[in-house]
Design a protein around this ligand. Structure first.
Ligand SMILES: [Zn+2]
Ligand SMILES: [Zn+2]
Length: 92
């Protein structure tokens, strides 16, 4: 799979974010909540686009090493996510 360009990733993020807001609006309607008062945090907004394990994935694993409790992992130079957390999140 070829890596999408940054512009394509931005488009993917926009689609994801609008899908999330749409989902929130539907939930609020269902429960009769005022969406402006729910204050939903959109997870991952502003970070790299990541739809692993099937990709596409915008992380660039060429950041500085991440060291914690004896574990060493690389980090994403874009969003600083350690690869080890990414792998955990994306594990089957
Ligand atoms: Zn990913
Ligand atoms: Zn990243």
């Amino acid at each position: 799979m070829t890596r999408p360009t940054d512009a394509e990733f931005e488009e993917l993020k926009r689609k994801r974010d609008s899908a999330i807001s749409k989902g929130v609006a539907e939930i609020c309607e269902k429960h009769g909540w005022d969406q402006t008062k729910v204050g939903v945090h959109v997870p991952g907004a502003g970070d790299c686009y990541c739809a692993c394990p099937d990709g596409p994935c915008q992380h660039l694993w060429n950041g500085p090493d991440y060291i914690e409790e004896g574990m060493v992992s690389v980090t994403c130079s874009r969003c600083k996510t350690p690869a080890i957390y990414h792998d955990m999140r994306c594990a089957p």
